[in-house]
Every structure is written in structure tokens, then in C-alpha cells.
Design a protein around this ligand. Structure first.
Ligand SMILES: [Cu+2]
Length: 127
């Protein structure tokens, strides 16, 4: 992401925050919990990436991308919500070689705001 795009994304996020009604039941979506966790070092490639948000999201208009070492995009199937859990996104990932990975998420929440964010995790070399 270029610095300009990053600045625009940050600006849009601030606008979304400013416009969001202070109603905890209908909030723009932010990640509550993830697996792997942000900055986690895992000793084996995760079989999937899991994100839990603070509100329901529109799965069809939400997505996850993963970038590997050297900026290489990891091909992923479309992320889905587990049955009965519209506040979650899960996407299976192929076996990942050791290295640091960047997970980017962008979701449309129930209040109509698009939010996005990113975090890294590291797959450590095996024993
Ligand atoms: Cu919002």
C-alpha cells in the first residue's frame, strides 16, 4: 500500500469512527480476536485464519488477504462465516513456509461502514 493510500485508508477509518453511532449493538466492525493472534509466532503453519469481530459483518462483502515473505500474495479461497456466527470470518490457508505473514482484512459491518486493518504473524522454522 502506498503512503497516499495508507493515509486515505486511515482518514476513511477516522470518518467511519466519527459517523458511527455510539450504539454497541450496531458498531462498525473491529477485530476482537484472531487466530493466529497479532504478532504471534507459531511453530506450525496454521490451517486457517480466523477473525472474530465486535459486530455482525456482511460476509459476501468482506474479505481477507495474506501476503507472505517478500510480498508474495498467498492464494486463498473466499473467506466465509462459520454457520450461525455472522461476526466471524474464517479462511483456510495452504501450508505456509516459515516467515512473516501480513493478514489484511476489510469488512462491511452491519452499520454500513467499511473498516479494514492488518496484522502480522510469524511461522517459525520447525525443530
Ligand atoms: Cu460504524
Amino acid at each position: 500500500m502506498t503512503p497516499l493510500r495508507r493515509a486515505l485508508a486511515a482518514g476513511l477509518l477516522l470518518v467511519a469512527v466519527a459517523l458511527c453511532a455510539p450504539n454497541p449493538a450496531i458498531a462498525h466492525a473491529l477485530v476482537f480476536e484472531s487466530s493466529p493472534r497479532a504478532n504471534e509466532v507459531v511453530t506450525a503453519s496454521p490451517s486457517r485464519i480466523f477473525l472474530r469481530f465486535n459486530s455482525r459483518i456482511e460476509t459476501e462483502l468482506s474479505g481477507v488477504t495474506v501476503t507472505g515473505p517478500a510480498g508474495r500474495p498467498i492464494p486463498l479461497p473466499v473467506a466465509g462465516a462459520p454457520e450461525g456466527s455472522p461476526d466471524r470470518l474464517v479462511v483456510p490457508v495452504p501450508p505456509l513456509p516459515s516467515g512473516t505473514y501480513l493478514v489484511r482484512w476489510k469488512v462491511l459491518s452491519a452499520d454500513g461502514h467499511v473498516t479494514e486493518g492488518a496484522f502480522r504473524f510469524t511461522v517459525a522454522p520447525g525443530p
